[in-house]
Design a protein around this ligand. Sequence first.
Ligand code: PGA
Length: 257
Amino acid sequence: MKRRSLVAGNWKMNKTTVEAAMLSQDICNHYYNDYDNVETVLCPSFMALKTVGTVLDYDKSDIMLGAQDVYWQDNGAFTGAISATMLKSVGCKYCIVGHSERRQYFGETDESVNLKVRALLTQDITPIICVGENLAKRDEGEKAAIDFVTAQISAAFGEVGSDEAGRIVIAYEPIWAIGTGHTATPETAQEMCFRIRERIAEIYGLETAEKVRILYGGSMKPENAAMFAPQPDIDGGLIGGAALEAKPFLDIVKAFV
Ligand code: PGA
């Protein structure tokens, strides 16, 4: 089945609002709308969402707005938190959930990832669920890594109905590859993405699993994107460092056209 590719830029804690406006404008200025078979998403900080959303202006551009996190409650006394309703109100169509940095530094767990996924779906925002093993797990061997990641998948999809599951996006990001310059080989990444799809098929059936887009993330750059793009179970990329400037980011988008 042909899935539409997706390339998302995760800007992490980078760019002031003014810098975010400039970067998104630069990306739009150099974006061709013949990139039809790839969907592009920009995920700035919460601070810059509204500004970047204004630059993107969906009437003129195909580029979508995404957030980097969400809280699962809809409103109330949760100081510092941002709800899915708030994200929707500024035009977010996507939201990253369970990034390894959230798991490592902010206490994100498989349970909170699942709550966030369900909250996003109620607001029609597509979750981009991040999963991935650390180096110690990878060193235990491929089976240990696959068992770990597929367990993260099962937890994240808990109580998600089959009508919703097909629109979810997964990002396989081995932690040892994030920001390190060491990518997984295309074969290793493909094998894990295949296993992820297999697990989704076990839960929801093949038809749904074939709809789910699975991205690779971890030091993806213009120089290596073309190796990942032809892999049958890799449908795009989640890009950190290389998403902070327009040219390398757009060169990666082009690799998935
Ligand atoms: P990286 O980050 O491309 O800088 O490795 C990817 C990510 O963390 O999403």
